[in-house]
Design a protein. Structure first.
Length: 132
C-alpha cells in the first residue's frame, strides 16, 4: 500500500486552504465571515472586518508555507507539519470556547480542522520521507 508523503500532505492542505479563501475572492471579507459563521454574522463592524482581513492574510501565508513545505528536506517538513497540527488543535479549542454558531452547524471549519491535521498525522506515521 502506498503511504502518504508529507509533500502530498502539503499539496492537499494548499488546495483546501485556497478553497477556504475563495469566499473572500468572490464576496469579500464580509462574505467570508457570513460563510464561516453559517449566516450568523451578516453586518460585521470595522474591527471584525479588520480581524477577518488579518485572518485572510494568515490563510494566504499558510498556503505559501504549504508550497514552501514541498521544497523542504524531510526533517524540516516534519517540523512544519507539526506546527500545522498544533494550529489546528488551537483552532478546535477556539471553536469550543468562542463558537460562532452551534458547533454542529460549523461544518466548514470542522472539516478543515479534521481533514488537515489527519492528513499530516497520516503522512508522519506512514514512514515515508520526501521521495514521492
Amino acid at each position: 500500500a502506498m503511504g502518504l508523503t508529507l509533500t502530498q500532505a502539503f499539496q492537499i492542505h494548499f488546495v483546501i486552504g485556497i478553497l477556504f479563501c475563495l469566499p473572500v475572492f468572490t464576496s469579500g471579507i464580509s462574505g467570508f465571515l457570513e460563510t464561516i459563521t453559517n449566516g450568523q454574522l451578516t453586518d460585521p463592524d470595522m474591527f471584525t472586518l479588520h480581524l477577518a482581513g488579518v485572518d485572510f492574510s494568515k490563510n494566504m501565508m499558510i498556503a505559501l508555507q504549504c508550497y514552501a513545505g514541498t521544497k523542504m528536506d524531510s526533517a524540516a517538513q516534519k517540523l512544519l507539519a507539526q506546527t500545522f497540527v498544533a494550529m489546528c488543535l488551537m483552532c478546535v479549542a477556539v471553536l469550543f470556547i468562542h463558537p460562532t454558531a452551534p458547533i454542529q452547524e460549523l461544518i466548514p471549519p470542522l472539516l478543515y480542522l479534521t481533514i488537515v491535521p489527519s492528513t499530516y498525522v497520516l503522512a508522519m506515521t506512514s514512514g515515508k520521507g520526501k521521495a514521492a
